[in-house]
Design a protein around this ligand. Structure first.
Ligand code: AMP
Length: 221
């Protein structure tokens, strides 16, 4: 099953996608994580995309599409994958459909987490994430604090703040999200794959609630 996670920055798509990936035993492919690793390792690709990421702008379609197609050509994705943060534009969605249909596959579900801008800003400026890229667990100093300050509950690595999780960049990322998401959501509505969840970010069980709702929907897919 190929599942796409849609939603603004900090909407929880990474956390929900991570849980679905574990429960369905499918690889979790997050383009943002791939790009952050490239930046950290100062690769040629990392140097090329730095200016976009630092400014909350989208990396050009052709760069992202190539990365995702290479990843989806690996054996572990044969039975499906959770795509988190991709596609972000209609052209990326069309390229993905073409890539999958050439292999007799399709996007089975596009799960949208619909969170208001106000809640996103509140959530994101207090977000801290695990520095271990194989873990990537996300915490929030107000809504979901780690048991030990600065340390990941899941793997014990140091928690860090993402460079682009500041108010200015978040506003830019939200602007970009609204500019591009409308036609993307419309696209998946038309293919019949879209399923929207309205998370209550103030609930302590928000992650569990979202995961249950998504899994209930996926059961019938
Ligand atoms: P994320 O971790 O998904 O919030 O992504 C962080 C940043 O990576 C974004 O602000 C973009 O600069 C870049 N990025 C990630 N995925 C994509 C994508 N599908 N298309 C274009 N840029 C992306």
């Amino acid at each position: 099953m190929y599942i796409i996670m849609l939603g603004g920055p900090g909407s929880g798509k990474g956390s929900v996608g991570g849980r679905i990936s574990e429960d369905f035993n499918l690889p979790h492919i997050a383009t943002g994580d791939i790009f952050r690793a490239e930046l950290k390792n100062e690769t040629d690709l990392g140097k090329k995309i730095k200016k976009y990421m630092d400014n909350g702008l989208l990396v050009p379609d052709e760069v992202v599409i190539e990365i995702v197609e290479n990843r989806l050509s690996q054996k572990d994705t044969e039975n499906g994958a959770i795509l988190d943060g991709f596609p972000r534009t209609k052209d990326q969605a069309i390229a993905l459909d073409k890539f999958l249909s050439e292999r007799g596959k399709k996007v089975d579900a596009a799960i949208e987490l619909d969170v208001s801008d106000e809640d996103i800003v509140k959530r994101i400026i207090k977000r801290i994430v695990c520095s271990n890229k194989d873990c990537g667990e996300s915490f929030n100093t107000e809504f979901k604090p780690p048991k030990v300050e600065g340390i990941c509950d899941k793997c014990g690595s140091k928690l860090i703040k993402r460079a682009d999780d500041n108010e200015e960049t978040v506003m830019q990322r939200l602007k970009v999200y609204h500019e591009t998401s409308k036609e993307l959501l419309e696209y998946y509505k038309q293919t019949g794959a879209l399923f929207t969840i309205h998370p209550n970010i103030y609930s302590k069980t928000v992650l569990e609630d979202n995961v249950s709702e998504a899994k209930e929907y996926l059961k019938n897919k």
